[in-house]
Design a protein around this ligand. Structure first.
Ligand SMILES: Cc1cc2nc3c(=O)[nH]c(=O)nc-3n(C[C@H](O)[C@H](O)[C@H](O)COP(=O)(O)OP(=O)(O)OC[C@H]3O[C@@H](n4cnc5c(N)ncnc54)[C@H](O)[C@@H]3O)c2cc1C
Length: 432
């Protein structure tokens, strides 16, 4: 089936161009910074739109993802959670819809859209199932992105078309002894012939059960410390690669999380991603971007939990002769929760647009991820209470959203690590 996104793309770009022109015309000739001498117009670099205003292309994408989430994912959410397995048809659907190659260039079979478009998709998927959302997030914002940024021409030609159309990817950094202190990793790569032999293990690897392509960080020169860390590309069928264990988790249970073992895993030289010894820089860079994705996942989760509960409170459940959502005690909590979700969304889209503008976005990304995960935990917990006993049982989605929310404070840098990043940047700014 042709991708809906791909089918829509030509029309979308025409519309976007047209609407951009109209918008610009509306505001031109623009206010000048200096009335006497026209230095430059505000419209040169300021968009007169709310930070999470979506372009027509992004709006269309949102509709496509929303339809796919409701039609294909929603009927399977509960069963996938109980079975702790992703339904194969969901993964196939993500590929068919063009959602596994959102930023991958069209020449490689991707949808050729923007980073913000990926954020829109991740958020929208999480509104229905945060497990599917993280699969899409890791694949797009970490794996495909790493190939796009640092892959040689040969690696791009070999792997990007597969990532866009048929093969899921994993990003393998964490190990049993190195979590927050990621660069203390122990997996070693020793030169052999025309390649490297890897020995060690990775822990907590998202998508491992579904993936065929793995970016693995290993140290080629432990004496150089983190400066020996190098990124390698392995495939599931490479001899020496194995999945040792699939974790049983509190939340996002349909998302696979595994321990990987490398036992003399041979990787040919051409499968080094980027330059030797630069892996630590790549990991830092890509995780900074990835955090915006987790912020989007948590914002979508919070909105999904909120919507699920308010529909019940304002339509279904009556006590003392009126809908429970008519009580001021509940109404005010509902309004406050929505306010916090909108604030989280603003941080997430601000971080995404800051990145798109080419500006430094490290603090913005950390703030977005931290705050969105806090809001997701708070709102999904409240939503369980708003629904009373019905929020607590494993029939609806309320309790699942709450369980799923907890991971937001852990992966791609714990909440403490985000606070550390934010405070370091601020301290630098405010130190004489
Ligand atoms: C479901 C799931 C999926 C994951 N997916 C992936 C994946 O695909 N790829 C991958 O590479 N990794 C993945 N991870 C790993 C994840 O990124 C780590 O779990 C995370 O970085 C935290 O590491 P840790 O679990 O070892 O906790 P630890 O580092 O042991 O931290 C434990 C506690 O100590 C605190 N702490 C640690 N150091 C400091 C400090 N300096 N200051 C203040 N507090 C500190 C932390 O904030 C935390 O509260 C995943 C993890 C999970 C649970």
């Amino acid at each position: 089936m042709a991708s809906s996104l791909r089918a829509l793309r030509p029309a979308l770009s025409t519309l976007s161009r047209a609407s951009r022109t109209t918008a610009l015309r509306q505001f031109s000739p623009a206010v000048t910074l200096n009335a006497g001498r026209q230095i430059r117009t505000f419209t040169d670099d300021v968009h007169n739109t709310p930070v999470f205003h979506l372009t027509e292309e992004e709006n269309m994408l949102k509709e496509v993802v929303s339809k796919f989430s409701n039609d294909v994912i929603l009927p399977k959410v509960r069963d996938m959670d109980e079975a702790e397995t992703l339904d194969k048809s969901v993964l196939e659907g993500l590929f068919e819809q063009g959602l596994m190659g959102i930023e991958i260039e069209e020449e490689y079979g991707g949808s050729g859209m923007s980073f913000t478009a990926a954020i829109v998709a991740i958020e929208e998927l999480a509104r229905i199932d945060p497990s599917v959302s993280v699969l899409c997030d890791v694949h797009n914002t970490l794996v495909a992105q790493a190939f796009r940024k640092w892959g040689s021409k040969a690696l791009k030609e070999k792997y990007l078309p597969r990532l866009a159309t048929e093969s899921c990817g994993s990003f393998c950094l964490s190990e049993p002894a190195s979590g927050s202190d990621a660069f203390a990793l122990q997996t070693k790569a020793v030169k052999k012939g025309d390649g490297y032999v890897l020995n060690g293990s990775k822990m907590w690897i998202t998508n491992a059960m579904e993936s065929e392509i793995f970016i693995i960080f290993a140290n080629i020169n432990p004496d150089a410390g983190y400066k020996g860390i190098t990124a390698f590309v392995a495939e599931k069928n490479f001899p020496g690669f194995s999945i040792a264990k699939k974790e049983k988790k509190l939340g996002i249970r349909a998302s696979s999380t595994c321990v990987l073992n490398f036992d003399d895993l041979y990787i040919p030289k051409e499968n080094i991603l980027g330059e030797e010894g630069q892996g630590y820089k790549y990991a830092i860079g890509i995780l900074n971007e990835g955090r915006i994705g987790i912020g989007a996942q948590m914002t979508g989760l919070a909105l999904g939990a909120w919507e699920n509960a308010v529909k019940y409170c304002w339509n279904d459940r009556k006590q003392f002769g009126k809908l429970i959502g008519e009580n001021q005690g509940l109404r005010f909590q509902i309004a406050q929760a929505r306010l916090e979700i909108e604030a989280a969304r603003a941080l997430v889209y601000n971080a995404a647009r800051t990145k798109a503008a080419g500006a430094n976005f490290v603090m913005e990304a950390a703030m977005a991820k931290l705050y969105a995960s806090q809001v997701a935990g708070k709102v999904s917990g409240q939503a369980v209470e708003w629904m009373g006993g019905m929020g607590f049982v494993r029939e609806g989605l309320a309790e699942k959203f709450w369980r799923d929310s907890k991971i937001g404070a852990i992966y791609e840098g714990t909440s403490n690590i985000q606070l550390e990043t934010i405070s370091k940047i601020l301290q630098k700014q405010y130190t004489n």
